[in-house]
Write a protein that binds this ligand. Sequence first.
Ligand SMILES: [Fe+2]
Length: 247
Amino acid sequence: MLNIFRGKRQFQNLDWMQIDMHSHILPGLDDGASTLADGLQLMERLNALGIQKFFFTPHIFQGMYPNTTQGIANAYELVLGSNYTEMAAGFAAEYMVDTFFDSLLQSGEKLATLPNNQILIEMSYIQESSLIEKVIFDLQMQGYKPILAHPERYVFYHGNIKAIQRLRELGCLLQLNLLSLYGYYGPNEKKTARLLSEKGLVDLVGTDIHHMRHVKALEHWIRKEDLWPYFKRCNLQNQALYDIAYA
Ligand SMILES: [Fe+2]
C-alpha cells in the first residue's frame, strides 16, 4: 500500500532552531566576515533557511584576535544601522580559555555575555586547556554560566564522551555546531556530534558561521537530511536565550 507519509518533508530547514547563538558575522573582527556587506549576506542566506535572530560571538583570543567588548559593540552598531537590524539579537564573544582569559576573569572586568550571563568559551582543538575545569568553576563563582562551544570538535575528546559529560556535570552547558552532524569538519567530529545529541547532552546549537562556504554546506546538506530529529532527546535552550533577553 502506498504510504503518503513515508516520503521526506520537502522543505527541510532550520525553522525549529529560530535563534543562532554562535556566529562570526560581525565584520572585520576575526576569521569571520570581513565586511559588513559580507556579514549581512550570511545573515540573509541563513534567514532564508529559517533562522530568525542572531547573536554575534566574535573570537576573543589574545595574540590572534585581541578583540574588546567595546570593539565588538562598535561592529554591532553597524548591523543595527543596516536593513537587517531586526535579525540582530545581541552580541557576546567566544572566549579562548587560556592564561589571558584566566587573568581577565580574575580582573573582575565585565565579560561579553549572552543573555542570562551565559558566556561562550572554547579551547584549542588539539590540546585540552589545563585551565578548563578551573575556569568553569571560577566563571560560576562570579555568576556566569559557561557554555563550551563545539565540544565535538576537540580531538582529545574523540572516543571519550565521558570527558565531555564531566564538564557538563561541572555546570558547563554544551553547544553543538550544526555542520558537525553532517561531517563537515570530519568523521570523528560527526560521530561525536551524533553521540552527544542522541544522548541528550546538547544544550544549545549554533551555526558557528564564518563564511559563505559554511552557508553553502548547510544549504546543500539540509536538502538531504533534516537535523531536528537528532535533538529529540535534548532540551535545547536557543529560544529560551532570546526570550530571557526580550521578555
Ligand atoms: Fe566560533
